[in-house]
Design a protein around this ligand. Structure first.
Ligand SMILES: [Zn+2]
Length: 260
């Protein structure tokens, strides 16, 4: 997913966001779709068809240089319903990953499932999850800042207990040395691996479906051997996690978590 620049042979990061594929971005444009104003970026690129994608950054359109603006707008209008629906999905995901209000009823993602926060006053602090609720017992249950901090610490602890050990279980297939691994709080990538063989994994992986978190771990472990995104690298990822391609694509839908 990284662009093939020199420094990334020394350090490879796994972003959730599909990177731009060259071309020149023009200033933001606006179009009315089904009566709604939608901003988009237009990138003139070496390609044969008009492509459009929606992610955290909104709508991006890639078009060959010879296609007129009129033709581009016709294509957008044709897919207007899809564009509006997908933009709305992204907005709701962005909203729901971590609660904006840390009180009972707020949605929170954990292991890929949307749980309901249930906050109760208690003499001591405790957190537990079941199929539906993330129950938080807290001496200052009314203090949303306190509750937020406590839950954030708990999510990091969960990531340390559930995600970090996955590194060793993948790594033993590719190396005898146990790699150094730490949690990160990066806003731009799920994981990274540097030339010293140090792996960083984003604590927000605990909010993903476990198979997607596993894919990120397998990806970074494969970088211990191939610090690049060559064909050999992807073959190694596939050997560590057969069928990884579906997970790689699914991961793009969860990018909003990184910025939350
Ligand atoms: Zn990578």
């Amino acid at each position: 997913m990284d662009r093939g620049r020199g420094r990334e042979t020394r350090r490879a990061g796994l972003t959730g966001r599909p990177s731009g594929k060259g071309g020149r971005a023009s200033p933001a444009r606006r179009i009315a779709l089904c009566g709604e104003a939608v901003d988009y970026r237009l990138i003139r690129a070496r390609r044969r068809t008009i492509g459009m994608s929606v992610d955290l950054d909104g709508l991006t359109v890639r078009a060959p240089r010879w296609v007129t603006l009129r033709e581009i707008e016709d294509a957008l209008a044709e897919r207007g319903a899809w564009i509006l629906r997908t933009l709305a999905e992204w907005r709701s995901r962005q909203r729901d990953v971590l609660p904006r209000e840390w009180r009972t009823g707020a949605p929170i993602l954990y292991l890929g499932a949307e749980l309901r926060l249930a906050v109760f006053p208690s003499r001591s602090t405790a957190i537990r999850s079941d199929l539906f609720d993330l129950t938080v017992l807290h001496p200052s249950a009314h203090d949303e800042r306190e509750v937020a901090d406590t839950v954030a610490r708990w999510l990091r602890d969960e990531a340390a207990q559930r995600i970090l050990p996955r590194v060793a279980s993948f790594a033993r297939n590719v190396t005898d040395a146990l790699p150094q691994v730490r949690l990160s709080n990066a806003r731009s990538e799920w994981g990274s691996c540097n030339h010293k063989g140090e792996i960083r994994l984003n604590w927000r992986l605990i909010q993903l479906p476990p198979a997607l978190a596993d894919y990120v771990v397998a990806h970074e472990v494969a970088h211990l051997v191939e610090l690049n995104h060559s064909r050999r690298f992807w073959a190694l990822v596939e050997s560590l996690m057969p069928g990884h391609d579906a997970h790689r694509r699914a991961l793009e839908d969860w990018t909003a978590l990184l910025a939350a």
